[in-house]
Design a binder for this molecule. Structure first.
Ligand code: 4NP
Length: 148
């Protein structure tokens, strides 16, 4: 199973989602993350994301931001988007129904469609990053229960 986590910049939410999912998923799973913008391409995750993960024993410091590519729609089985804007952007890049079917909102699995977005912590502080971590942790657990 190949899973891609996607947010806007690929420096806050999706790197955390990648790190958390890697820490929980079976060894034969391949997990990666990407952004819908290339503004931060090549950069390591935001220091606050690195610190938050580190507090939970997860090292995301070696990740590098990259934008989503057409090849990702071929290579991955599931593409999870952190909010509705990211979802719309990613769905618009899919080339056919098969590719579109791979794309969903990350938090949809928790069943609460009203609150199915992972809030962007970029303009927040460490408290927001910790809240995002907890949300991502719950989401990853639920996704694994659903697909294993
Ligand atoms: P992310 O957070 O999508 O969770 O990585 C953001 C990172 C950068 C920006 C916005 C959100 N930005 O505007 O540069």
């Amino acid at each position: 199973m190949k899973i891609l986590m996607v947010c806007l910049g690929n420096i806050c939410r999706s790197p955390l989602a990648e790190g958390i999912m890697k820490s929980k998923a079976p060894e034969n799973f391949f997990i990666d993350s990407a952004g819908t913008i290339s503004m931060h391409e090549g950069k390591h995750p935001d220091q606050r994301a690195i610190q938050t993960a580190s507090r939970h024993g997860i090292d995301i410091s070696q990740q590098r931001s990259r934008p989503i590519t057409q090849a990702d729609f071929e290579n991955f089985d599931k593409i999870y988007c952190m909010d509705v804007d990211v979802l719309a952007d990613v769905v618009s890049k899919a080339r056919n129904e098969d590719q579109r079917k791979k794309v969903s909102l990350f938090l949809e699995v928790l069943g609460d469609h009203q609150n199915a977005e992972v809030p962007d912590p970029y303009w927040g502080d460490m408290k927001e990053f910790e809240e995002v971590f907890q949300l991502l942790d719950r989401g990853c657990e639920a996704i694994l229960k659903q697909i294993i």
